[in-house]
Design a protein around this ligand. Sequence first.
Ligand SMILES: [Zn+2]
Length: 301
Amino acid sequence: MAKGNHIHWFSASVWHLTCTHTSTGGCAMTIEANDAATRGSAAVPQGIELSKGGADVWSPSITPPIGVELTDEQKLACSFRILAREGFSENIAGHITWANADNSSLMVNPWGLWWEEISAADICRVDPDGRVISGKWDVTPAVQIHTELHRRRPEARVVVHNHPYYVVLLAALGLVPEFLHQQSSMFDGELGFVSEYSGEIDSPELGADLAERIGDASVVILANHGAIVTAPTIEEATYKSATLDRQCKLMYDVLVADRPATTVPPMVRPAMKASLLERGTEVYWAGAVRRLIREEPDVLE
Ligand SMILES: [Zn+2]
């Protein structure tokens, strides 16, 4: 496990984090296994060839379509409502930003609307510094959490931030979700924890500082704050975000159960991750959008 640069990577076990600031402004972190949660990975069967996973092994010849062609604004509005239904949002908090190909502007939600009530016509567009270019509403300076990440991480076209309940529960305990279920394999090698808290982030400087701490992580838990998920597409960003809070809830429930539990062996996670992301993302998204449009067709307006 690498320590330093204020971003802490996790790959195998549950860790309890204690972070104290040094006199030089650094981050001194002690890590110890949580006794109640100390566990090993499940055994891998010997003598059989394990799946390599992903689209190379199998990809469907046809998948059920959404049934309607969506604009990017409609896709983004759907993502807000899907994640609100999953419990990812906290009333007025949070943003999802989606950068265009050359990062010259970002689509984003406006200040004042809850995620579950956003429709396509509410989506605003801001420049790379967070100034509103178009849209009928205003955008909070807290979008600086996103603008600086987009600047540093052009591959992270979509950035999701909010305060999902089980994420902030684990964050308060200094924990990140362990690989307790195969679905969490989609976070393999991408999970990070930012242990410092700097208050409201509403300036480019503060946004740049946080982006620096996040580094290359794409699934990040912020101490005493929430989650940041980045992805190259709106579909993957939505899938990963919904999965994150569910895995944090599983982690919490396992801790409360206070019984020995096993984790997904590290050696099989990459194949499972490939299958989940390469094969699962499209159909997760299509199903979530179909259900949403059936029940809340005004999302497309
Ligand atoms: Zn926040």
